[in-house]
Ligand binder design. Sequence first.
Ligand SMILES: Cc1cc2nc3c(=O)[nH]c(=O)nc-3n(C[C@H](O)[C@H](O)[C@H](O)COP(=O)(O)OP(=O)(O)OC[C@H]3O[C@@H](n4cnc5c(N)ncnc54)[C@H](O)[C@@H]3O)c2cc1C
Length: 489
Amino acid sequence: VQDVDGGKKINYKQLESKLVDLVGRQYVLSDDVDLALYECDGDTIDSVRPDLVVLPGSIEEVQAVVKLANEYKVPFTPRGAGTGLSGGCTTVVGGISLVLTRMNKVLEVDATNLCAMVEVGATNVSITKAASKHNLHFAPDPSSQIASTIGGNIAENAGGPHTLKYGLTTNHVLGLTVVMPDGEIMTLGGKARPSFGLDLIGILVGSEGTLGVVCQAIVRLTSDPKLIETMLAYFPSLELGGKAISEIIAHGVVPAAMEMMDNLTLNAVEDANNLGLNRQAGAFVIIELDGSSAGIEAQKQVVVDFVQKNQSISIEWAKDAAHRQKIWKARKAALGSLGRISPHGYVLDGVIPRSKLAEAIERINEICTRYELVVSNIYHAGDGNMHPCLLFNRSNEKQVEAVLKAGKEILEACVELGGTLSGEHGIGIEKLMEMPFLFSQDDLNYMLKLKDVFNPDNLCNPSKVVPTPKSCGESGIRPLARFQIAESQ
Ligand SMILES: Cc1cc2nc3c(=O)[nH]c(=O)nc-3n(C[C@H](O)[C@H](O)[C@H](O)COP(=O)(O)OP(=O)(O)OC[C@H]3O[C@@H](n4cnc5c(N)ncnc54)[C@H](O)[C@@H]3O)c2cc1C
């Protein structure tokens, strides 16, 4: 029997045995070592061990678990692969971590209607793999796509390098089957997304698991482009790379992707992957064009002109698919490769207007120097989505404090520059206290009312996304360094 949420007693032993009856012994975890694996996502600063981990294998089992959690008044937090970067699936008030990864099948690829029906534990890349024989793919391509689930992508409204041209996950969801927080099943949309009535799919996508547990989805498939041209260019500095990117877009060319990373990151990638990158360059930039051959030729010329005008060191066009994959590997391996130089990294997700890129880089450098932090810069530069990654060691309390303070200042700077708090990683627990930078109390109250309609007992992923008036002192939240430091300021 444990004491959670302001003194209520919950008989976890009894709950565990009922969960075992529902899903089977091997799919209910309560051993401390097992629970430790589910204590956080990629945001390792915010870590809280769940009381139980449950891995259901079907919609019916999800429904039964949610109904039981309601009976015991135990919070439950949906979880996919746990690659999130804002603490979204961290069980900050304890309770059940509801892991959807066993439900991982691509159930149907409908090439005629350009869609696929999937269970939510399917990885992002498995959808493209299943669709590839029809020359189709799932366009949102987070760099975590080999691991992250479509359920997590839907909950976070995930993006990726090709978001610049093809849009975020929300633009590619046609239908959803959801176990609502009270255990009822709701089916929305289908092979065509309704364009009338209140857009419930739009509300659920990006709601970070706070409005229900998505179990199945019908997603849009996109035809593979006839022609792809991928350029790797090196620049002396991030500022010059950023300037080239801004000028290409200002000229009216919207490539499929424009990505950038700094010298520190490219050296970490090279150390880990041995791809033959130019270790001396100040910035590594990928620009990808796709479409028909006539259009691409004209766009290529514009891209080359602006890249050269901004003092590029060298330009390399992918000669074939294998070469293209190698170029992309450098970018997609970037975050993972940082493990070579630091045990932990705090990845920020601010967005700024593209024209403010140089100013933002300067502000980030100034903040990190002041807090004596090493920063790796990785950008979806085409759409102004910046991922400065502050490197630290979690066992060094002073560094954790510095990282949290610097992170807050960087997000404030993004908002001041006319940008926003998140491009794709969501709010979770990580940016909860920064929400008032952007939203008035009236805005936040409407969000809380909406949450209340879907999730009136606040059992489904509580204490995420929208701060309550009690904010970090919210009842039941277990001690998090983030809030303790905020309170002491
Ligand atoms: C190396 C690396 C690179 C990354 N690159 C990108 C990138 O390019 N673009 C990008 O957008 N993100 C990126 N991310 C962040 C992360 O991969 C995405 O947010 C991804 O969508 C999370 O999916 P997941 O399955 O891991 O979800 P989790 O981390 O398990 O959960 C994320 C959120 O979704 C909710 N959730 C999960 N499944 C469900 C469900 N079935 N129903 C309801 N709610 C659910 C959880 O409660 C939580 O709030 C990256 C992360 C890493 C580690």
